[in-house]
Design a binder for this molecule. Structure first.
Ligand code: GLU
Length: 428
């Protein structure tokens, strides 16, 4: 067991340093890209329902905006740290670059636990976050979106607060809005569906078919739910999902060997993706320890929860049957675990490619907001598929041509694009 606490930003910098070496980047570009351009730390005082005032810590990190306005979600999480937000902002920058949309990368966070907050308290945190940062975000500078434990409703409160401060309508200041309030059809599905578009392409290259493939999923939030939906539509079987249990603060894996039923599980899931353990048992699910998802006899692993889940400690539990790992979450695999996955020849679809469907659809949302004209869902998802498939093929082609691990190939493409934009602007 490693004794050092996991630090996502150190991991992101380690990954970056490796690519900087591969690309032989000059020192100035390295110094610029391994640190955020700007970051904001602030307090959000909130009058709680019991009359007391509680102060929440909020962050926004803008990693780089050379390719376009900074873009990235906001997490509400009890364990949020500035270093996690820094890492996630850097990863957003690579994500918008690899999928080639004209945006930079940023991320925000608030240290809070939405499980223990009322709707009114959540609204005040959301509005308070915007009041602290309103002058430093905007449709042409930095555009937030949903992430872990934030929702379209939270985006709408944030939009409303921003527009109240600015005294005009700015629908493009935030994405992931509800569909009747400037949101895009398909945005809710986009991240999970996008993961499966890339899995579909990977399976083609491996000569495998989704309709006789088995997947094991970690997470049961927005990403996992829609990934399962599309994988099932392609004929694939999901044998288990693993998620957090708010009741006893542990995670569990819910398994049905002939395939979990998405609709059945959705019927016993809370708004944070937590499954009711007792009801799951009654429905005939085996309830296993939280990390059992990683050792299942499956063809595909879909880590779709949070960072730091496949580590040096558990990577060797991955079954010999696993051929593909598609990272729905941001940063689920540590660099040490990555080495093992690479040595074993597993086809890895790295996070910032696999889960880029969310931000790509956010970009489509901004485009629709700017036109004030809205596309049908099929049109949005069709454009999403084209964009993601093209990004996947560019990465896999480079990986084959230069004999690179898929993650390294994706990094080479993304970091080159961002570095080029910095050079073109005369920054480095
Ligand atoms: N939070 C999502 C991500 O990590 C989406 C970001 C966005 O839509 O801007 O990619």
């Amino acid at each position: 067991m490693s004794t050092k606490a996991f630090n996502a930003f150190e991991m992101a910098q380690t990954q970056f340093d490796k690519v900087a070496e591969l690309l032989n980047l000059d020192q100035g570009t390295r110094d610029l890209l391994r640190q955020p351009m700007r970051e904001f730390h602030f307090n959000i005082p909130v009058r709680m329902d019991d009359g007391t005032v509680q102060v929440f810590r909020g962050f926004r990190v803008q990693h780089n905006d050379a390719r376009g306005p900074a873009k990235g979600g906001i997490r509400f999480h009890p364990m949020e740290t500035i270093d996690t937000v820094r890492a996630l902002a850097m990863w957003m920058c690579w994500k918008t670059a690899v999928v080639d949309i004209p945006l930079g990368g940023s991320k925000g966070g608030v240290i809070c636990d939405p499980h223990n907050l009322s709707v009114r308290e959540l609204e005040h945190i959301a509005r308070g976050w915007v009041r602290q940062i309103a002058q430093n975000i905007g449709p042409l500078s930095d555009v937030p979106a949903p992430d872990v434990m934030t929702s379209p409703q939270i985006m709408l409160w944030m939009l409303d607060e921003y527009e109240t401060i600015m005294r005009a309508q700015y629908p493009g200041v935030i994405t992931g809005k509800p569909v009747n309030m400037g949101g895009s059809l398909g945005r809710t599905e986009a991240t999970g569906y996008g993961v499966i578009y890339t899995v579909r392409e990977a399976l083609k290259q491996l000569g495998m078919r989704p309709d006789n493939s088995i997947a094991s999923v970690q997470g049961f939030g927005n990403v996992a739910q829609y990934a399962i939906q599309l994988f099932n539509q392609l004929g694939g079987t999901v044998i288990c999902v693993s998620c957090w249990d708010q009741g006893d603060s542990l995670s569990y894996t819910y398994r049905k060997k002939d395939g979990v039923s998405l609709d059945q599980l959705l019927g016993i899931t809370d708004r944070f993706g937590g499954i009711d353990k007792k009801k799951a048992k009654d429905l005939g699910y085996e309830v296993l320890p939280g990390d059992a998802w990683i050792e299942q006899e499956a063809d595909i692993l879909l880590p779709s929860a949070i960072e730091n889940q496949i580590t040096a400690e558990n990577v060797n539990k991955i079954s010999k049957r696993v051929k593909v790992i598609a990272e729905g979450a941001n940063g689920p695999t540590t660099p040490q675990a990555d080495e093992v996955i690479q040595q074993r020849g597993i086809f890895l679809i790295p996070d910032f490619l696999a889960n880029s469907g969310g931000v790509t659809c956010s970009y489509f949302e901004q485009v629709q907001n700017a036109m004030n004209y809205y596309w049908q869902k099929d049109e949005v998802l069709g454009k999403l598929d084209v964009k993601m498939t093209a990004a996947f093929l560019a990465v896999s082609e480079l990986a084959v041509r230069k004999k690179l691990f898929m993650r390294d190939a994706a990094f080479v493409i993304a970091v080159s694009r961002v570095a080029q934009a910095c050079r073109d602007r005369g920054w480095v």
